[in-house]
Design a protein around this ligand. Sequence first.
Ligand SMILES: [Zn+2]
Length: 157
Amino acid sequence: MIELPDPKFLADENVAKLGKWLRILGYDVAYRSPATDAQLALLALREGRVILTRDRGFLERRMAEKCLLIESQDAIEQLQQVIQTLGLKPERNHLFTRCLSCNVLIVPIPKAEVRSVVPDYVYKNHDEFHRCPTCERLFWKGSHTKNFQKWFREIDN
Ligand SMILES: [Zn+2]
């Protein structure tokens, strides 16, 4: 078992969806761009990332020290495997703190600033807005976040 207080990850492209879920939980997840195994291992080592992959061969070639072989094909089961194996304790206040596209922390912005850019019903029904400093996408708590928080409560217990 690898013990890290706040692990950063490097997700292989075969577990891209898992990487997205981890970003939702607030973890720093980089993706594997087309690269050799050696480059991938070097990047993980340099940035202190745990490699997540479904590629058994990668593990067998002992390319990296911190590598977790993901077993299931189902993203939720994969997430549970990561949480259990690494002993993660995802915190509710870290949920949706990161842009899912850019992997950077999103920042709160005053409601008045979004008046002209979001639909009226969104403006009327929400008070908290965040923006990604990289892609400038806006975030607010929508129905998908509610569903996710419900699921989170289930695994949290
Ligand atoms: Zn972004």
